[in-house]
Design a protein around this ligand. Sequence first.
Ligand SMILES: Nc1ncnc2c1ncn2[C@@H]1O[C@H](COP(=O)(O)OP(=O)(O)OP(=O)(O)O)[C@@H](O)[C@H]1O
Length: 611
Amino acid sequence: MPTASKKRVRDNDWLRIAAMLWRLSPVRVSALILVTFAVSVVPAVQLQLTASAVQSVADAVAAGGADGFTGRILVVGLLIAGVSVAAHLFGVWHQYLDSVLRLHLATAVGEQVMRKGTRMDLQDYENPESYDKLQRAFQESSGSNIHQLFADTLSFARELITIVSVSAVLFSWHPWIALLILLAPIPSALAQMWYGKKMYEIEYDRAADRRRLLYFQYLTTTDHTFKEVRLFQLGDFFIGRYRELVQRFLKVDRSLNRRQSLAFGLLGMISVLAAGAALIYAMLATTRTGEIGQLAGYLQAIGVVQGSGHALLVGLAMLLQNKLFVSNLFELLDLPERQIRGGQRKFPAKLRTGIEFREVSFTYPGTTEQVLDRVSFTLPAGNCVALVGQNGAGKTTLVKLLTRLYEPTGGEILIDGVPIQEYDLTELRGNLGVIFQDYIRYEMSVRHNIGFGAVEQLADTGRVRAAAEASGADSIVDTLPDGYDAMLGRHFENGSQLSGGQWQKVALARAFMRGAPVVVLDEPTASIDAEAEAEIFGRFRTIASTSTSLLVAHRFSTVRIADRIIVIEGGRLIEQGTHSELMRQDGHYAYLFNLQAAGYQPEPATEAVRP
Ligand SMILES: Nc1ncnc2c1ncn2[C@@H]1O[C@H](COP(=O)(O)OP(=O)(O)OP(=O)(O)O)[C@@H](O)[C@H]1O
């Protein structure tokens, strides 16, 4: 994993942030810069005024009374009050502009990150390395680090202007005292900078472990995981793993804190001694010159320079750190998108010949194992083809290739004789009604859960109802208080929790809602009872009689309704034909069929013999 120091820092990040903020609100950004400048010269003006105030009073005391000095004292006093009022108002204005910009930025960045997420390819999510990168960047999606970087840059500029303007006043009084006051905060700030940098490097390398920590917390605190964790009594195990990780963090952090305290103690001592020396020097110098006002100025300056100098150096470290965080975000935004590209061709409203997998091979990116090996078969137009095979045989992978979530590494897929990549990708996906094994249970209304199959038709209750009737979800909806507008799930108020099979019927309705010429169902009925399944497929064959469908299934009662059955094993097509043809062949399919049938019979119907 790259460490922060190895990570390339790109200098145009600042320009990008500046451009981003400028686009959000040019007026506010300009105002903020102006106000920052105004605030930054206040300490130098105050220093000068303090010296004048004390000197005026000292002169009046020395002259034996305020007579002749009242005007001067009043002017200086009023100026001090005026500057304080201005500083206060500028401060309030600064805070207001800053918080408004932060809100705008958070909204804009959050949306940009979500948009980016929708434009990435599946392989970016399925590959642990790129997923890690994605997650790291998604953590920046609040835009807080971008804002922080902008705020840090402004504070850095403010402190710099403050120091320069205060130095100008001090140098005009006494260069050596000025130098001593200016150098005093450096040692302690260096110690802090070192600590900040170290901490960032450690945190950067911890990203994966931090996610693991969150995962253990998730496992012990969510409704999805509760039953299994409680019944397998895994709570203590996960807490143990959590504690182990936290202890490891703690050990590293403790050692770092020890070293930091040591460095801080020693270097901070140098700073304190230097400030003390500056003060003694100033007392001696002003005793000689009688400029008692300047002594008050030096005293104030030590505080200001200590604060600003420290803030400047530590701010610089923070600036570089936040820049690295922001670099993560920009790295995400710069990641190549949609590497899988489509062509110009429109998708046929109805397939003429069908879909052909020709010598299709596939190896997942970043792996070496070939999970599909020269697979060839056809899905004739209007037919229903079932894919069967044991776990890990490659069935879902075939679906991912047909939906162009991945590109085959060998061979090609043809739709009506045309290579799949020639079709417009949005058209292609719009014409596929697909439900994956790990379909989403949207914690939203029934209407959304079904209507997402054709999101532009969400308000069309007739169409949503028809899809629900096709999948058998209508009877579930009838029992819900708000019908199609009833909330599903338990994450939000008034949600109804469905059973596994009921959720699956709703998901199936989503695929039917699409009314697509090609329907792909990956294990669509695994949780649905046998009777309902037979009914659904009976209806499905009628509704989808004009569509071409691909069905991945383990239950042979589902499989046998298909016009054609493809048997995959270890990434290779080993048999294909109709149910009766395959049974006659008495090969792998017949073996699996008999095995399953035997499970339902009191006595084995046919002995399952492994081919
Ligand atoms: N994202 C991935 N990266 C690397 N390998 C993968 C990935 N997804 C699946 N595989 C591997 O590809 C092979 C085929 O997986 P696939 O999901 O296609 O099987 P399947 O036939 O659908 O299995 P099941 O019946 O269990 O759903 C398996 O060996 C699996 O480990």
